[in-house]
Design a protein around this ligand. Structure first.
Ligand code: F6P
Length: 546
């Protein structure tokens, strides 16, 4: 039953604090020695994903207390409210219904009294019809040539999801099409993405929820000019530009026929939108059937999250463990380490999902939080990271909980590669947990002066997530797992994971500085002394290059 007590005054929080003081010195070596079946017991399997969380610095009691915390914070009610379509994004007064994007055709979810599912499927059908035509070579460019290159222009959630999904599912993609992603307002991004493309065979998908984002609109205008320079006729735009947005008015103003627009809704947050129309490039790449499988994967994890008891609920467990390290051990970061080259953009995708969601310091009631909120998420695919930053995870002074992600079956089976890859997942998690004692190092004949350097303290926590194979459905499950882990954390911290006011100030100041940079006479600058000096120095340096 939810109470209105501030988080740190809740009985479950205080019980966890006392429990932390009592157990913080426990070593994973001891925990495993005392419970020979710990590695079988502290696991959870659902919808084809196996989570081994036994190498966490927890006892059964920790878990019980964390679940109590979730109950006291009303997690179950918050989950129900999201799935019901309540306006849980309170600062923007919006429903949060990415779960509706992957609900089956016969589901019913209501926003302001209207069932959104028929619209969701109408958009999916429109996307599928377009993707099918394009993949079949039936959507022709202005000069009658087949479209061979698709460029997604978007940023943040309108880029990170599409590019991550394209990379993750490349082995399912149409290899006769080229996909590029332009996000940065740095002209280099556009120039490099298009330098070898033929405008007569290129389609731009301008993806922007608001259709007002400075970077995307700048890149879209540059794309338009690039296209017109080669094709020479405004009429060409209709064959080479489609838009994905919630803002039909701005799409039309930009000059894209709204017949060539696929829409979505204000109840889809940017960082939760890769399975909405924002996934158009993904659908073109992998085809409508694979895209449906991706959505089904999301939906399977949604249903698991909605219905499983928290003790057996993958996203809830992941979220609660994150809270344990973040709020009690003071761990500042989480490393996400996919042992799959196709998931190379997954950590970057998760950075927006996790940190734009839970990087907040104000509670839903407007108070300043008195506890840590989102950790910094970061990571790289294994095994590359092992030869870079793992040294710090193993022997540095910081506690960095790790999520290892791996699959039993390779998509590119080549000799022994896959077993070698996966041996590293298991070895890293083992080394982090158990380390190597000074006695063990000595027993290897190591000279005494070298012993401290070669000793591994261990007791460094990790989760291992194991799936059969990276498929579209598996990707959907993985993304939904982290979405709902973020939700769990946000519910406990009593913050709004669905707004992002923190990005506004920088945008507003940049808008003010643009004309100051463009001006040819020295404008009267009214910033602080550092900003004024930087602007003047930039103008001087830039002008010497002219
Ligand atoms: O500035 C942050 C942000 O609003 C993100 O939340 C969003 O994903 C991104 O910008 C892009 O926004 P849009 O899709 O409206 O262009």
């Amino acid at each position: 039953m939810a109470t209105t007590l501030p988080l740190t005054q809740r009985p479950a929080w205080q019980a966890l604090e006392a429990h932390y003081r009592k157990t913080k010195g426990l070593h994973l070596r001891t925990l495993f020695a005392e419970d020979p079946r710990r590695g079988e017991r502290l696991t959870c399997e659902a919808v084809g994903l196996y989570l081994d969380y036994s190498k966490n610095r927890i006892t059964d009691e920790t878990l019980r207390l964390l679940v109590n915390l979730a109950n006291e914070c009303g997690l179950a009610e918050r989950i129900a409210a999201m799935f019901r379509g309540d306006k849980i994004n309170v600062t923007e007064n919006r429903a949060v219904l990415h779960v509706a994007l992957r609900a089956p055709r016969d589901a019913h979810i209501y926003v302001d009294g209207a069932d959104v599912i028929p619209e969701v499927h109408a958009v999916l059908d429109k996307m599928a019809a377009f993707a099918t035509r394009l993949r079949a070579g039936e959507w022709l460019g202005y000069t009658g040539r087949r479209i061979r290159s698709v460029v997604n222009v978007g940023i943040g959630g309108s880029d990170l999801g599409p590019v991550m999904a394209y990379e993750a599912l490349k082995s399912y993609s149409a290899r006769d099409l080229t996909f590029r992603f332009v996000s940065n307002v740095d002209g280099t991004d556009f120039a490099e993405a298009t330098r070898d493309l033929d405008p007569a065979e290129t389609l731009f998908i301008v993806s922007s929820k608001t259709f007002t984002t400075q970077e995307t609109m700048t890149n879209a205008r540059t794309a338009r000019a690039w296209c017109l320079r080669a094709l020479g006729d405004e009429q060409a735009i209709a064959r080479h530009f489609v838009a994905v947005s919630t803002n039909a008015v701005e799409v039309a103003k930009f000059g894209i026929d709204t017949a060539n627009m696929v829409g979505f809704w204000d109840w889809v947050g940017g960082r939760y939108s890769m399975d909405s129309a924002i996934g158009l490039s993904t659908m073109i790449a992998i085809g409508p059937d694979n895209f449906r499988a991706l959505l089904d994967g999301f939906h399977a994890m949604d249903e698991h999250f909605r219905t499983a008891p928290f003790e057996r609920n993958l996203p809830a467990l992941l979220g609660l463990l994150t809270i344990w390290y973040n709020c009690f051990f003071g761990a500042q970061t989480v490393a996400v380490l996919p042992y799959d080259q196709y998931l190379k953009r997954f950590p970057a995708y998760l950075q927006q999902l996790t940190m734009e969601s839970n990087g907040k310091s104000t509670t839903l009631d407007g108070a300043v939080v008195t506890y840590q909120t989102s950790p910094v998420y970061w990571g790289e695919p294994g095994t590359n990271g092992q030869h870079s930053f793992y040294q710090l995870i193993h022997q540095g002074t910081k506690l960095i909980p790790c999520d290892f992600i791996g699959f039993a079956q390779a998509l590119n089976p080549l000799g022994q590669h896959h077993d070698l890859l996966m041996s590293n997942v298991f070895a890293q998690a083992e080394a982090l947990a158990f380390g190597k004692t000074a006695e063990q190092v000595r027993a290897e004949g190591t000279p005494e002066w070298l012993v401290p350097h070669r000793t591994f303290e261990g007791n460094r926590p990790s989760n291992v997530l194991l799936g059969e194979r990276l498929t579209p459905a598996m990707l959907g499950k993985l993304v939904a797992l982290y979405e709902h882990s973020v939700f769990t954390q946000g519910a406990i911290w009593n913050i709004d994971p669905f707004d992002q006011w923190g990005v506004e100030l920088g945008k507003m100041l940049a808008r003010r500085i643009v004309p100051e940079l463009a001006s040819t006479d020295q404008p009267d600058l009214k910033h602080d002394n550092s900003t004024n000096t930087l602007i003047r120095r930039y103008r001087t340096l830039r002008n010497t290059g002219r």
